[in-house]
Design a protein around this ligand. Sequence first.
Ligand code: ATP
Length: 516
Amino acid sequence: MAKQDDDFKRVISHAKEYGYVFQSSEIYDGLSAVYDYAQNGAELKKNIREYWWKAMVQLNENIVGIDAAIFMHPTTWKASGHVDAFNDPLIDNKDSKKRYRADVLVEDHVAKIEAKIEKEVAKAAKRFGDKFDEAQFLATNQRVVDYQEQATTILKRLGKSLAAEDLADVKKLIEELDIACPMSGSKNWTEVKQFNLMFGTKLGATAESAMDLYLRPETAQGIFVNFLNVQKTGRMKIPFGIAQTGKAFRNEIVARQFIFRMREFEQMEMQYFIKPGTQQEWYENWKKNRMKWHLSLGLGAENYRFHDHEKLAHYADAASDIEFRFPFGFKELEGIHSRTDFDLASHEKHSGKKLQYFDYETRESYVPYVVETSIGLDRMFLAVFSNSLQEEELANGSTRTVLKLPSVLAPTKAAVFPLVKKDGLPEIAQEIIEDLKWDFNVEYDEKDAVGRRYRRQDAAGTPFCITVDHQTLEDKTVTIRHRDSMEQQRVAIESLKGIIHEAVDMKGWLKRMDVS
Ligand code: ATP
């Protein structure tokens, strides 16, 4: 646990030091669970968004993208079920006065059990070496089997009590598991209560005429209410999808873990409209497709897993999370939900407008079913950033901090250095920048020894460093250094664009989705 905490602290301080993420309004001591993306963070975030958008909208002929408003008619949230059911179960500790999400307390307890399993696996892997068969070990080692059973039983019980809104049983579970307040160690808990997560606001100039509004807690509803507009104007045929990225707001009870859980965050969602009865097939299909997208970025297959839901949200008939190994353990990164016709049917009822699809071939009208994929852009940022931050032992015994961002996502693709600040080298470096800047984000750096400049760019995540030296004056060649291998090549200036393009081009990366 302590190592996890240290790793996570390192991620947070690195994000600040290298201009990725700042605490919001820091000069006023910040605002809890609100963050700003800094100069490099804004670029990384934009690149992740674009990588998602291209995979969804550009590569799928039957998926289109929209950009709906954050404010929506208040009845939207009545119809979607958010007014009545978008609650989290909260519990207070009477001694520390700290507030927690009851389900998260239980899930954290289960995560500790899972950590024990991982420890046993690591121990056994060390003991048995090459002969170690993890699957067999997990199935036959009695201690591990017992841990696994404990974890499953607890999660099943939690899922059942939450689905039945049996909050008394959730409290009982917390007591039976002997869960203590992480701050104070006290086990003196209040009852579990429901808490609505939507932020309210007002539209209108005078108090009398003002209309109560909510800041949207998810982007999906902007897609549902536009379903027919898009279908008709785009002449879309089922199955088809509507994609959107944008801000969402939730008054989270426990907003910690940096940008993992924020009160203002960004979602990337896609609603896929399908014929009723085909939802199982499309649900499996999108699970596979989304996992391929993740794997194409090369963060390591071992860092992802599916978690199928026991407890289903009010709108879903099947749901699964793609979980990622964050510095604090496996947690939800993306949700894939089979939402049935819940949303469209409910909007039909509340608006009095027909939201049906007419199938010209079968001559029938129906309310489509929906399978959605929903990923938090900020969580994806944290997944990429934390996974990429590495401390490496070098052959000479020193260490280097390197941010091995997938080069397609890196904010700056190349830094250009003159070896020294004279003899015309800075001018050539500037010329190279002038040429490359039309295609890539590039940076000029002439301060300090080249070794230190390399280290600085390694830590900032820049995949290439280009150095202009005296040989350049003679033969128009430079050295290009690769961040991950630290390998240096002597290449012609005119070949730089091609080399960088080959490494960072989105097309090449996205094509990996077909093979992974
Ligand atoms: P959690 O269980 O972690 O609260 P959720 O199941 O409520 O998440 P969804 O409603 O399925 O989340 O939202 C889809 C995605 O939006 C999540 O997978 C996550 O990546 C992202 N997300 C949700 N809430 C937040 C938040 N407060 N901060 C950042 N990202 C979030």
